[in-house]
Design a binder for this molecule. Structure first.
Ligand SMILES: Nc1ncnc2c1ncn2[C@@H]1O[C@H](COP(=O)(O)OP(=O)(O)OP(=O)(O)O)[C@@H](O)[C@H]1O
Length: 246
């Protein structure tokens, strides 16, 4: 679904990403971790077609990312909701921009808001929501596009631990249903392990793939897993890989 071959990215004289070779198949959940500034966000933006490569190739579903934009959705740390629009209208926005009919927009947005447990909040404005609820709207809005690739840049970084854990579980439930391919940037080893089947550890200056850690845990994951020794071992392994990366 996503393939990077000999990918290099420079900003001016500075090489930010070097020699990135990686591929993700349909339905994989890949987390990107590594020290601050190692190029995680840049890598997501390259896959999204928002930055172009200096050398090498990136292919999304057989296409140049710029031609695959309709297949991808991006979720940022900020929910970026329009303050003067209600939850329902905020969620419909991408479909409106795509020129979908009102009927289809309304129906799809309602379904996605139901999926993120926000059916009770359709008429609220963003300022009437908690941080976790705003992020749920942001997820619902991205899902209206029925993406095949979902790119998430530290989406839960600003939330408290319990809200983050709940959202992680919801995200996995939706992933099991829809099977998009996910690239998820996080600073949390625990979050990366809980969500992913692979954790990519990047080193900094320049950003290179230091390790790919396969997470061999059951596909169905719930709150109980957080106390499982196998899960905790993986968290220790990923934490250690981030700490010792060079
Ligand atoms: N548009 C840009 N122009 C120039 N330099 C950039 C640009 N975007 C990012 N950089 C540089 O590229 C490097 C990687 O940035 P990036 O945001 O991808 O790192 P990151 O791993 O996501 O960091 P963090 O974990 O702190 O969010 C940084 O040194 C940054 O200053």
């Amino acid at each position: 679904m996503v393939q990077l071959t000999q990918a290099h990215k420079r900003f001016g004289e500075t090489t930010v990403l070097e020699d990135i070779n990686f591929q993700a198949s349909k339905g994989e959940f890949i987390s990107l971790v590594g020290p601050s500034g190692c190029g995680k966000s840049t890598l997501l933006k390259i896959i999204a077609g928002l930055h172009s490569l200096s050398e090498g190739e990136v292919v999304v579903d057989g296409m140049n990312p710029k031609n695959a934009r309709e297949e991808m959705a991006f979720i940022f740390q900020e929910a970026n909701l329009l303050p003067w629009k209600r939850v329902q209208q905020n969620t419909e926005l991408p479909l409106k921009l795509r020129g979908e009919s009102t009927e289809r927009r309304v129906e799809t947005a309602r379904k996605m808001l139901e999926l993120v447990n926000l059916s009770h909040a359709l008429d609220k404005f963003p300022w009437q929501l908690s941080g976790g609820m705003r992020m749920r709207v942001s997820i619902a809005r991205a899902l209206t596009l029925a993406p095949r690739v979902l790119l998430l840049d530290e989406p839960f970084g600003a939330l408290d631990e319990m809200t983050r854990d709940n959202l992680n579980e919801d995200l996995l439930r939706i992933h099991a249903r829809d099977q998009w391919t996910a690239f998820f940037v996080t600073h949390s080893a625990a979050e990366a392990v809980f969500l992913s089947n692979k954790v990519v550890v990047l080193s900094a200056n320049p950003g290179r793939i230091s390790q790919v850690i396969e997470i061999d845990l059951p596909k169905e994951r719930n709150a109980e897993l957080r106390e499982d020794p196998a899960y905790l071992n993986y968290v220790a392994k990923v934490s250690n890989a981030i700490r010792t990366v060079h």
